[in-house]
Design a protein around this ligand. Structure first.
Ligand SMILES: *[C@@H]1O[C@H](CO)[C@@H](O)[C@H](O)[C@H]1NC(C)=O
Ligand SMILES: *[C@@H]1O[C@H](CO)[C@@H](O)[C@H](O)[C@H]1NC(C)=O
Length: 316
């Protein structure tokens, strides 16, 4: 429509020129099919006629013909309009119509955009798309038919976004992530990470209530480090510290007599107000030792009993 207007304007321009006009009336031009001029043509024309507009174009421009009823009006353009492709030859550059289903093309064989109702596939406009592809009415193109439960895909094998309620893994959509995978916040399956711990350390010193003498049975502890924290669904970390009973053979607290002697010496050096609290503490320590010895002997019996039991079990 616009082109038609332009060409009409061009023709009107042309008609104003005496060069064009002196060849005679429009009627006569039409009849004779001549009226060619090389002077005063507008809009890139090299030669023109009153009735048919441009007949040839200036170098590099394409001649494009607009059909207006029976009339064909030539215009010269730097590039061909939509629905036409340009061909160049030494004497003229033409605009040639794209295929009937094609809105815009690169050449006779390669469409760039199809008309409504047909779909572009490899430069051709098709009424239906080949296997594995689906027509897209918005793009007028054949687009990959996405895998099941897929909202958008790269091709018919590779999903890039799953439908709601599905999780993406390796281009496929899953109702639940497969074993050893778990969903993340963007609904993709990511590998489940399990806790990993290092080797146990050596056992610590055998002690009881923070002391390493004055008892036979104590406890010793060993630890290990977490090397890899688990993902939310990964197996949790096992205990990183372990305690067991232990037997102290050699470490004894100093004999009571010796200790008392020491105490006495030191006692003399202490100030009086300390005396009471020291005596208090000593009483407590003695009580503790008694308890300790009590439970030690009890444990010894227990231990012996257990040993006998297991020996019995062994012989049965
Ligand atoms: C989910 O996992 C994918 C794939 O590893 C990753 O690209 C994405 O950023 C992850 N999203 C979140 C929220 O962590
Ligand atoms: C002795 O056994 C009791 C319970 O039977 C326990 O609480 C205590 O820690 C044990 N003592 C030692 C030195 O193993």
């Amino acid at each position: 429509m616009q082109l038609q207007l332009i060409s009409i304007v061009l023709i009107l321009h042309c008609m104003e020129y005496t060069n064009c006009q002196h060849h005679g009336s429009r009627h006569r031009l039409h009849k004779q099919g001549s009226g060619v001029s090389s002077q005063g043509c507008q809009g890139g024309c090299q030669t023109c006629s009153v009735y048919n507009g441009c007949l040839t174009c200036k170098p590099k421009l394409f001649i494009h013909f607009i059909h207006d009823g029976m009339r064909q009006i030539g215009v010269c353009l730097a590039s061909c309009p939509n629905g036409f492709y340009g061909t160049r030859s030494p004497d003229r550059n033409d605009c040639i119509k794209c295929g009937s289903e094609c809105d815009s093309c690169f050449n006779r064989n390669f469409c760039l955009r199809c008309r409504a109702g047909s779909y572009l596939h490899k430069g051709k406009c098709m009424e239906s798309c080949p296997d594995g592809l689906m027509p897209s009415d918005t793009k007028k193109e054949c687009v990959p038919a996405c895998p099941a439960d897929c909202d958008s895909c790269q091709n018919s094998d590779t999903c890039t976004r799953c439908a709601p309620g599905h999780f993406l893994l390796h281009g496929q959509c899953h109702h639940v992530c497969p074993d050893e995978f778990e969903p993340n916040d963007s609904m993709e399956c990511i590998p489940t990470v399990h806790c990993e711990v290092g080797e146990w350390s050596e056992w610590g010193p055998c002690s009881r209530s923070g002391k390493t003498c004055g008892f036979k049975w104590g406890e010793e502890t060993r630890t290990r480090k977490v090397l890899q924290n688990p993902s939310p669904m990964g197996s949790p970390c096992p205990a990183t510290s372990e305690t067991r009973e232990c037997l102290v053979k050699r470490r004894r607290c100093k004999p009571k007599g010796q200790r008392r002697g020491e105490k006495k010496k030191r006692f003399n050096l202490q100030e009086k107000e300390n005396a009471e609290s020291r005596r208090e503490r000593k009483r407590e320590r003695e009580k503790e030792t008694i308890n300790l010895e009590d439970s030690e002997s009890r444990n010894k019996t227990e231990h012996r009993r257990r040993r006998d039991q297991s020996r019995d079990a062994g012989t049965v």
